[in-house]
Ligand binder design. Structure first.
Ligand code: THG
Length: 263
């Protein structure tokens, strides 16, 4: 499974403060620790910086890339910030994210055509958050067709069926798993991704919920997850699940993880 490290998110207080006071040491350390723990991308969310997003990305991306050997996931709804980020990023970034919203397509598609990044697509459109898995699937289909027409390789598309907190809607986990199953069945050539920690917002012992949720999603074939790779237990759950699902021939990854993780 592809892991996107979630820790550099400006909705987290320590990260927002570090971005504001340009604390290089904190930011680089958080990124490097996530890479070392097994992340394939580092998510960099700057949405909370408002009018300072462009300048923050221009400063942070080169700072992090100098120290990392993995690319960044640029997590912003702001097209000016996304453009500045893609422009300064070395190699192919992950765009987080495109969606079926008219305005998002209008502003992000030209950037995708110019910079050829990998792309996360949220399953929502102008009607807002879909209430059914069929509606989410139809948005996913439409967006895959659109990106396909623009020459984007299916392997570079990550469909995100939106993880909503079960504290708000107790059917949210079930809806996500049903949507994931339908996307895997109907669009098998693209990747799927999910923001695992969203599921537990507002509840006690969040990590227990996150881990159980990830295992259920892996069983349905989830390809990538945005999560905290510094949570050793969630990584143990990833490696254990892959071993149990026959995705780890000779159990090499499992055994290497257990030996090196000191759990
Ligand atoms: N899809 C896509 N991108 C996303 C999300 C998604 N980006 C943002 C978010 N959702 C995923 N990232 C986070 C980052 C931090 C947290 C949740 C989601 C979070 N952190 C807690 C904190 O800092 O206090 C601790 C986490 C925990 O206890 O598990 O809540 O869905 N494409």
């Amino acid at each position: 499974m592809i892991i996107v490290g979630e820790r550099l998110n400006s909705s987290r207080r320590p990260v927002l403060e570090a971005l504001n006071r340009k604390d290089k040491k904190y930011l680089v350390n958080q990124a490097k620790k996530q890479e070392k723990a097994g992340a394939s991308y580092i998510d960099l969310n700057t949405a909370a910086l408002m009018d300072k997003e462009v300048q923050t990305l221009k400063w942070t991306i080169p700072l992090l890339q100098k120290e990392l050997s993995i690319p960044l996931s640029i997590d912003t709804p702001n097209p000016e910030a996304m453009e500045a980020g893609l422009r300064i990023h070395n190699g192919r970034a992950l765009v987080n994210s495109l969606s079926g919203e008219t305005n998002r397509i209008k502003t992000f598609l030209p950037l995708i055509k110019e910079w050829r990044p990998r792309v996360i697509v949220l399953c929502l459109d102008d009607e807002g958050l879909p209430k059914t898995s069929d509606k989410e699937l139809s948005i996913a289909r439409k967006m895959v067709n659109l990106l396909d027409k623009e020459g984007v390789n299916h392997k570079d598309i990550f469909i995100d069926p939106l993880v909503r907190p079960i504290g708000v809607d107790q059917k949210a986990g079930e809806l996500f798993l049903e949507t994931l199953e339908k996307i895997k069945e109907n669009l098998p050539s693209v990747n799927t991704i999910a923001g695992v920690s969203n599921v537990s917002f507002g509840l006690p012992r969040r990590k227990s919920l996150n881990r159980a949720f990830l295992v259920l999603a892996l069983q349905k074939g989830l390809d990538a997850a945005i999560l905290d790779p510094l949570d050793k237990e969630i990584l143990a759950a990833v490696h254990s699940s892959e071993a149990l699902l026959g995705k780890d021939p000779s159990l090499k990854d499992y055994l290497i993880f257990i030996r090196s993780s000191r759990l």
